[in-house]
Design a protein around this ligand. Structure first.
Ligand code: AMP
Ligand code: GLY
Length: 458
């Protein structure tokens, strides 16, 4: 099987890393990929290959798919899905045998429009926060609606806003100001509609499934650390770390998630005429043991995928291929017994402005964890460096090319062990301006991981 993974982040590196382990994979392409994906080796000994293209430029994607005789494309980011890459591929005669792992435009609306997602959940009885949607010219009505809610106030730009479209304000005055900014185009077209919803109190967990639209496999769950600062302070980011699995998501909680959320969502999609093939991410709030949906994402998360792939057992390539044949149930994906902690190393300044092109040193020293590259690129010449993907390429020089640079993911038999290992291994890596949170996983360990010997290590 010949596979192309579309995207360039840590999520795509982790997906490609897992896919590369399957003996079914003959060739693996990552478009455009990063310095980490370029160094992956497949089970058959072949090297993975990056293809320089923009995931949102569909004709270039088509050309690459044809040129490299790709059987299956796994779409990493949301933007091409919301823009309709799956529908586009279906319409191309030359791509009629291609399987796209990723929903069509209709399915992608679950992430592409928060208003649509709310309507969908209300129609199909899926628990979520109560809400009301307003167009940009309805400031007064929206403002009156705010009066009916208790603080804190949750405002959401309807469209895609690179993870920045949700604002939570502590009081009525700041909420009014943010509402005005949103409606005045702060988020561009994404703010043409604004969803205002009640605040849900609880602990968050992300649940992921792979589905062919009817059957589904639950992947290891995860918790993401979205804020830039220690103790969940400061600005929102794409995610500064992730832990998998999450201790409180026990069998009883997951049973409720299946009955109240996963199955009604798939039934709803079918009723809407969407046969959803791909990953579906449920951002949930555990409110006193009852799961509520905060958001849907129509793809995997970054950096959650890094932790999820480390804990996932079984052949991901075979499971993805089975989406075409309706045989997902017969595949062997399961959650292993290990825990994983992923810590993201970012550039100083992120999520604001930051510099690029800094040399990353010590990648080859990471032996007891995986390094998943996020914003990295290969510089053309210089001193040899190698990644923990165990491929040493002479003359490789890896430099930073993004705000979130790389993630170190380590497994352990408990969260404490995994966390210790992740930080110990992260310290092997260095680049100028390197910043990371020191508290990834601490909250969960303190609250739930009650094994005495593990606690004493804290
Ligand atoms: P999102 O960009 O949709 O992932 O939202 C960002 C974050 O805002 C979520 O991860 C939650 O922490 C928080 N959030 C969103 N909606 C709510 C809500 N209704 N109640 C409480 N927190 C929320
Ligand atoms: N880490 C959050 C996301 O990928 O949406």
């Amino acid at each position: 099987m010949r596979i192309l993974v579309l995207g360039s982040g840590g999520r795509e590196h982790a997906l490609a890393w897992k896919l590369a382990q399957s003996s079914l994979v003959q060739a693996l392409f990552i478009a455009p990929g990063n310095a980490g994906t370029q160094s992956l080796t497949l089970a058959n000994g072949n090297k993975a290959q990056n293809i320089a293209l923009s995931p949102n430029h569909f004709p270039s994607v088509k050309e690459a798919l044809i040129q490299h005789r790709v059987d299956m494309m796994v779409v990493g980011p949301e933007a091409p899905l919301v823009k309709g890459i799956t529908d586009y591929c279906r319409e191309q005669e030359e791509l009629k045998d291609l399987l796209v792992v990723g929903p069509d435009k209709k399915g992608a609306l679950l992430e592409g429009s928060k208003d649509y997602a709310k309507q969908f959940m209300n129609t199909y009885g899926i628990p979520t926060a109560s809400s009301c949607t307003f167009t940009a010219d309805q400031y007064n009505q929206a403002s009156q609606y705010l009066e009916t809610l208790q603080p804190p106030y949750v405002l959401k730009a309807d469209g895609l806003a690179a993870g920045k479209g949700v604002i939570i304000e502590p009081d009525r005055k700041t909420a009014g100001k943010s509402l005005k900014e949103m409606m005045s185009g702060k988020f561009g077209e994404a703010g043409d509609k604004v969803v205002i919803e009640s605040f849900l109190e609880g602990i968050e967990v992300s649940v992921f499934i792979l589905t062919d639209g009817v059957h589904y496999k639950i992947l290891p769950n995860a918790k993401d650390y979205k804020r830039i600062g220690h103790g969940n302070t400061g600005l929102n980011t794409g995610g500064m770390g992730a832990v998998s699995p999450v201790p409180f998501a026990d069998a009883l909680f997951m049973k409720k998630v299946e009955e109240r959320i996963i199955r009604p969502t798939l039934k709803g999609l079918q009723a809407e005429g969407c046969l959803y093939k791909g990953f579906l991410f449920f951002g949930l709030m555990n409110c006193n043991g009852d799961p509520h949906v905060i958001e849907y994402n129509v793809r995997m998360g970054d950096p959650e995928t890094q932790s999820v792939m480390m804990c996932l057992q079984g052949d991901l390539a075979a499971a993805c291929m089975s989406l075409q044949t309706g045989t997902l149930q017969n595949t062997d994906l399961t959650t292993g017994t290990d825990h994983c902690v992923t810590v993201v190393a970012a550039m100083e300044g992120y999520p604001g402005s930051y510099t690029k092109g800094h040399l990353i040193e010590g990648l080859y020293k990471v032996k007891k964890a995986e390094v998943f590259h996020m914003g990295t690129a290969e510089a053309s010449s210089g001193r040899a460096e190698a990644s923990s993907s165990r491929v040493v390429t002479s003359g490789r020089r890896v430099v930073t090319s993004g705000g979130r640079v790389l993630a170190v993911s380590a497994v352990g038999s408990g969260l404490v062990e995994a966390r210790e290992r992740a930080y110990e291994q992260l310290l092997q890596v260095k680049f100028e301006g390197m910043y990371y949170r020191e508290d990834i996983g601490c909250d969960l360990i303190q609250e739930y991981d009650l094994i005495p010997e593990e606690k004493s290590m804290l």
